[in-house]
Structures are given as C-alpha cells and as structure tokens.
Design a protein around this ligand. Structure first.
Ligand code: NAD
Length: 301
C-alpha cells in the first residue's frame, strides 16, 4: 500500500539541494505540506548565497503540492524558532522533521583547525539538536512525531580526513538513542539514515562515474519515506546506497567475566581474543544492557 502523508506537515532542512530536495519533493508528492529550509551557501558553509529553497518550494507549489521556503540557519535557535512558528501558523502542526542540512570541511586532523572542527559539529550535530528541540514540545503535545537524523558511513565506520564530520555523524546516533527512549510514550519515532548518494558533496570524491550515477538521491529518499511513515520503526539506522538497503546496529560482543583477582590488564590481554570475538553479539535496548550481561555471567560462576 502506498505510503501517504495527507494532512501531515514536514520540515526538511537543507532541502535546497541534493538529498533534502529529493526528500522534500517525495514528501510533497505523497501529500505532506513541506517547509523547504535551506540557508544557501557553499559546501563548506561559507557564503550564504541566495537560498535555493524558494525554487524548490515553487516547484512543489507548481506541481500541485503545498510548500513554503525558509532560509533559517539550523544553528541559530531564534531563526529555527521562527521557522517552526511559521509552519505552526500556516498549518497548525509539525509531524515530521528531517534533519538533513550539512556542510563539509575535510582535512586530515593535523591540518584541521579547531574552527573547521567546530563549524561542522555546529551545523550537523548542534543544528540537528536545535531543530529537534524546536519541534519536540509540539510533537509531544500532538502525540505524534517522526524525526530523522542524517548520519553517515563516515560516522559509523570512519573516513580518512573527516574527524569533524565523523564525530558529528556519530553523535547523532547517541542523540537518536536517547530521543527514541524519551519519545516512545508520545508516539515519536526517531531514526537515522546512513546514505551515500551523488550530490555536490560527493561529486569530487573520486568514485568511478558509473558507480556514482547509480547512487541516486531518490534511492535514499525511498528509505526516508518509510522511516517517517505512520508504521515506521524507531531507533533504526538505515544504511543505503544505489538501491542497497541494510540496517546498522551498535552491538557489543558477549565478552568475558573476570573474577576480582583476575581484573588485571594482563588477564584482559590474555582474554583479548574472547573479548573481541563477534561470534555472539548483543543489541541492547538501553545502557543497562552491558551490566546485566556481565552480572549474569558473574552469577554463572
Ligand atoms: P548538499 O550540499 O547537496 O545539501 C546540503 C544542504 O544543506 C545545502 O543545500 C546547504 O545549503 C544546506 N545547509 C548547509 N548548512 C546549513 C545551515 N546551517 N542551515 C540550513 N541549511 C544548511 O549535500 P547532500 O549530499 O544532499 O547532503 C545532505 C545530508 O546528507 C548532509 O547532512 C550530509 O552530511 C548527508 N550525507 C550525504 C552523503 C552523500 O553521499 N551525499 C553521505 C552521507 C551523509
């Protein structure tokens, strides 16, 4: 059955280009009213050119959908507050937030200035917190919300030259885990995407052209649409690229229990293979999982 969003209101940040634009078009085509947010500017976050958001919103409105453009900088709580207030005034609710805005300042860590580190954290991680914080009370009140964090393979697995970006993208997973727990009783579902797609961000990364051409933003949008639908899961990290879809998990090995006399670095060294073995792994519901696992092992002795 087609996933529809009639009557729903969505905010998509960074929706003037790339993935966000594709998400905004698809949400509008499926019936959502969309706030198309984008600050404009260059890929490194400098410049603040004329925002591409009005063009995307105009296209949606011309195609029979409903959209408004917004130029808020996601790092600025007052601007984001005004954006959310505009959506509330026009449509009276906010059901879906897609945290998608992003910039890149790639450099190896020894050449990276702290300013480049902070700027990337600011847009991706703090910007996602600012936007989510602005809609959270509305979603709680409505007893309905769908929030997406746009993470990255860089955050989950690492990419050379992206210490700043990887830290921001991994940080989102921590935020998702907590908000999943806090939102559960209000029917707020919180998920993450870990995409790879052909956009201005990836055009110069040296992927072979034939592979790059398969990495369409629309393939990512298909996963996004599922993750913001009524029957969405929560706390899912969906890895997707070029038509491939997988779920990523933060898991922990079963590990070992060492009795008090053996809780030494030397015993850890000699048990390292067992500690590291992925033969049996656990996916925990929350942070008390590891303690429960270790205490159960201690009792088995
Ligand atoms: P993009 O550069 O085409 O789009 C990002 C948009 O965010 C731009 O239009 C930009 O103007 C906007 N933006 C930047 N800073 C902003 C701010 N402070 N406030 C509001 N808008 C702002 O890049 P994209 O590839 O479409 O990336 C979208 C998201 O997906 C990003 O978070 C990116 O990190 C993530 N991502 C992309 C890939 C990929 O392969 N393209 C991989 C992993 C993650």
């Amino acid at each position: 059955m087609a996933l529809k969003f009639d009557g729903k209101v969505a905010i998509v940040t960074g929706a003037g280009n790339g993935l966000g634009k594709s998400h905004a078009y698809a949400l509008a085509e499926r019936g959502a009213k969309v706030v198309v947010n984008d600050l404009g500017g260059a890929m490194d976050g400098t410049g603040g050119s004329v925002s591409p958001a009005p063009d995307v919103a105009a296209h949606i409105n011309a195609s029979g959908g409903e959209a408004i453009a917004d130029g808020a900088n996601v790092t600025k709580p007052e601007e984001v507050g005004a954006m959310v207030a505009a959506a509330m005034e026009k449509w009276g609710r906010v059901d879906i937030l897609v945290n998608n805005a992003g910039i890149l300042r790639d450099k190896t860590f020894h050449k990276m200035s702290l300013e480049d580190f902070r700027a990337v954290i600011d847009v991706h991680l703090f910007g996602s917190a600012v936007c989510t914080h602005a809609v959270w009370p509305i979603m709680r009140e409505q007893n309905y919300g769908r929030v997406i964090f746009t993470s990255s393979p860089s955050g989950l697995h690492g990419i050379f030259g992206q210490a700043n970006y990887g830290a921001a993208k991994a940080g989102m997973i921590g935020m998702m885990n907590a908000l999943h727990l806090e939102g559960a009783k209000y029917n707020i579902k919180v998920n993450a995407l870990s995409p790879s797609a052909k956009t201005r961000m990836t055009e110069d990364l040296g992927f072979p052209e034939d592979i790059l051409n398969q990495l369409t933003p629309e393939a990512i949008t298909a996963a996004l649409i599922y993750l913001v639908s009524d029957d969405a899961p929560s706390r899912a990290i969906v890895s997707c690229a070029g038509g491939g879809y997988a779920r990523a998990y933060m898991v922990e090995t079963d590990g070992v229990y060492l009795s008090p006399d053996k809780q030494t670095p030397e015993d850890i060294a000699s048990d390292w293979e067992k500690i590291s073995s992925t033969d049996q792994v656990h996916y925990y519901e929350n942070s008390s999982g590891p303690i429960a696992n270790f205490m159960a092992k201690a009792q088995q002795r």
